[in-house]
Design a protein around this ligand. Structure first.
Ligand SMILES: [Zn+2]
Length: 685
């Protein structure tokens, strides 16, 4: 039997990375799936009348070994992968989805779950148990378990077509992105670009056997060109290529796919008894209904629009002053266009703030920043982080800590993995190797991890972070605290297992401490001189962080409103043209002249390929929450013990055991209001 199927004999039961071989995974998965199936069968064949314990709780605790193996495997596939692991992932993924489908389609299992659900008043359930019952029941009902056979079949057919269409949407988008290349042969065409970006464009050309420079629609190539290139006509060309992906009436066009996805989602929702797809999705969100989301977006729009207009006018005047008359590189600005936005914003920002990463980095040595995050956690929640070297790790760069509370109780094991490697994917994230839960009366503590891609130290210089990396570290550390301080009974309600529009509150709120003088004094000291970061620099960081906040807000709101327009309206049957539907949806948020060749929806992967449909609003929603919550800290003191205790008691430790609005109100005393965000963003005077 594979080592993964046996109990781990390690300190704190951590994953024995050094003993696991790649070939262990597949057999371990298969064995664990069989065990989990047997556990489900035991629930189904139980001759006792269905109860909360013998059905809901039994289902919740089933498959523990499978979950443990899955988390180790998929965490490695993200942080330290190789061809072999990727191949195993391809083999394992269908096995796992087959297993989870077999559970949600298991009619005998559903009968027992429904029996408990229908007679829930007979069982004396606490709040967490009620939430768990509701959640388990809905996994079945939202997948059609209550439908008659013919409608069940209809639902399966819709799901099948939807997953194929989403795949196709993504394939088209990727092909459209890769198809376009802007080949430049005159160095003057790259005028304005930083040396590094020019170099990258040259290397890209070389790698394809071409002379000169190549610019593509991939972000690392596209963004610098749109931000710095002086040649306006080329910016226009690149911008239009980017903005018209999936909108060329050819075999890579996404218009019909968009219309069909919207229709199928609507049909699916109707089949299950919901008014629209958005009603279906939002049932399991803090925002609850499309009406609430729409009024949320529109309220912010009304408040942000005057500031956005003002910023736009200032930017247009700035551009006219700078480039009003026509030159070799520019036709002379008489009206600001979309392809001017990043370019002149950057120029104006430079003029106003004169702030760059190199000035700040010496104050943010990685070790100092980590200690700063730990000190904040100690001041707020009484946590202490001790280095521990007896824990097995998957790479030598990984740092390991034992987290204890004021009474020396173990709170969590914490892994931190900061530097890029070939086998690590981009970005930064928090994850866990073992969930917190109370089982058989024992509170099992979690094993939490954060993974980032920060600048590596060199022989002569330590790892010095940009300010953006500092806030990223605090962000992921906030998620980690949510995981570490979890204190619930059931693992599927523990830690970060909360509604989607609530999960970014702990992470985003922690970023706020990075802008506070009292926090920066704790850790932002120059790595050579020990001098504390000058407050003039801190003021600049703050001021530049809200630069063009009105326009940024309008942009985010426009995407949220577009998303809702596709998913919360009357039957999509009435929508005949993707472009004109979109133009109407953008009506209240547009600042720049429309570009007829462009279409956003045909490249809006978040909602037509990924999982963000009826969920784009949550970016702003989370900002409102974190600003409102942090304002409470500001009112009482950013290290105030009482507020921190409440945040821990009602938010960080509660996971998804209760409706997030109820939890939030217990913490804050009232529902979140947008004013704090507007103030922080400088949109309310
Ligand atoms: Zn996050």
């Amino acid at each position: 039997m594979s080592i993964l199927n046996k109990p781990f004999h390690t300190t704190y039961n951590t994953a024995p990375f050094s003993e696991i071989k790649n070939e262990d995974f597949l057999p371990a998965f298969k064995t664990a799936i069989e065990k989990a199936r047997a556990e489900i069968d035991d629930i189904v064949i139980n001759s006792d009348h269905p109860t909360f314990e013998n059905t809901i709780e039994a289902l919740e605790y089933s498959g523990e070994e499978l979950d443990r193996i899955s988390s180790i495997f998929f965490n490695l596939n993200s942080a330290e992968t190789n061809d072999e692991i990727q191949k195993i992932a391809q083999e394992v993924s269908p096995l796992l989805s087959e297993f989870s489908n077999d559970i949600t389609l298991n009619e005998d299992l559903f009968k027992r779950v429904k029996s408990v659900y229908d007679s829930k008043s007979e069982f004396k359930l606490n709040t967490e148990q009620k939430t768990l019952l509701d959640k388990k029941y809905k996994t079945f009902s939202r997948n059609g378990a209550n439908l008659p056979e013919d409608k069940k079949e209809q639902l399966r057919a819709i799901d099948k077509e939807l997953s194929q269409l989403k795949l196709k949407f993504g394939e088209h988008l990727l092909a459209e992105t890769n198809k376009f290349e802007m080949h430049l042969t005159k160095e003057s065409d790259l005028s304005g670009m930083p040396e590094g970006a020019k170099e990258a464009a040259k290397q890209l050309a070389e790698s394809k056997g071409k002379d000169g420079w190549l610019v593509t629609l991939d972000y690392p190539s596209y963004i610098p060109f749109m931000t710095y290139a002086d040649n306006r006509a080329l910016r226009e060309k690149l911008s239009k290529a980017f903005g018209s992906r999936g909108f060329h009436n050819d075999d890579l066009d996404n218009q019909d796919i968009v219309l069909r996805i919207a229709q199928l989602r609507y049909d699916r929702a109707q089949l299950l008894g919901y008014k629209t797809h958005a009603h279906f999705v939002l049932e399991e969100r803090m925002a609850e209904t499309p009406e609430k989301v729409n009024s949320f977006l529109n309220e912010l729009l009304e408040k942000a629009k005057p500031a956005a207009r003002e910023e736009f006018e200032t930017l247009e005047n700035f551009a006219k002053d700078l480039d009003g008359t026509s030159t070799e590189l520019s036709t002379g600005i008489d009206q600001l266009q979309k392809w001017d936005s990043a370019y002149y914003s950057e120029k104006l920002k430079q003029k106003l703030f004169d702030l760059d990463d190199e000035q700040l980095k010496p104050y943010f040595k990685l070790e100092n920043v980590i200690n700063g995050a730990f000190t904040v956690a100690e001041k707020l929640f009484g946590l202490r982080f001790e280095d521990i070297d007896t824990i097995d790790k998957y790479h030598e760069d990984v740092m390991t800590y034992k987290v204890i509370d004021a009474e020396d109780n173990l709170v969590s094991i914490f892994y931190a993995d900061f530097f890029p490697r070939a086998g690590k994917r981009n970005g930064a994230w928090m994850t866990s190797y073992k969930p917190q839960m109370i089982k058989d009366g024992k509170n099992e503590r979690p094993h939490v991890s954060i993974v980032c891609n920060f600048t590596k130290p060199t022989k002569s210089k330590p790892s010095l972070l940009t300010f953006n990396e500092v806030t990223t570290l605090f962000h992921e550390f906030g998620h980690a605290l949510h995981g570490m301080l979890a204190n619930t009974t059931y693992p599927s309600l523990s830690g970060t297992n909360v509604y989607w529009d609530f999960v970014e509150l702990p992470s985003q709120i922690l970023e706020n401490w990075c802008y506070e003088e009292d926090t920066l004094k704790l850790f932002a000291t120059h790595y050579e001189t020990g001098e504390v970061i000058p407050m003039s620099l801190v003021e600049k960081i703050k001021a530049s962080s809200t630069f063009h906040e009105g326009m940024q807000t309008l942009r985010q709101l426009s995407f949220g409103l577009l998303d809702m327009s596709w998913h919360a309206g009357e039957s999509p049957e009435t929508i005949k043209s993707v472009k004109s539907h979109e133009t109407t949806a953008f009506g209240k948020t547009s600042l720049y002249p429309d570009v007829p060749e462009n279409c956003m929806s045909t490249a809006f992967a978040h909602i037509f390929q990924g999982g963000y449909s009826s969920g784009y609003y949550s970016y702003k929603w989370a900002e409102v929450l974190d600003a409102d919550a942090f304002e409470y800290f500001k009112e009482e003191g950013i290290f105030n013990k009482t507020v921190a205790d409440k945040f821990k008691a009602y938010v960080l430790s509660q996971g998804g055991t209760e409706n997030p609005m109820t939890l939030y109100k217990k913490f804050r005393g009232q529902e979140p209001k947008p004013e704090a965000l507007l103030r922080r963003a400088g949109l309310l005077k």
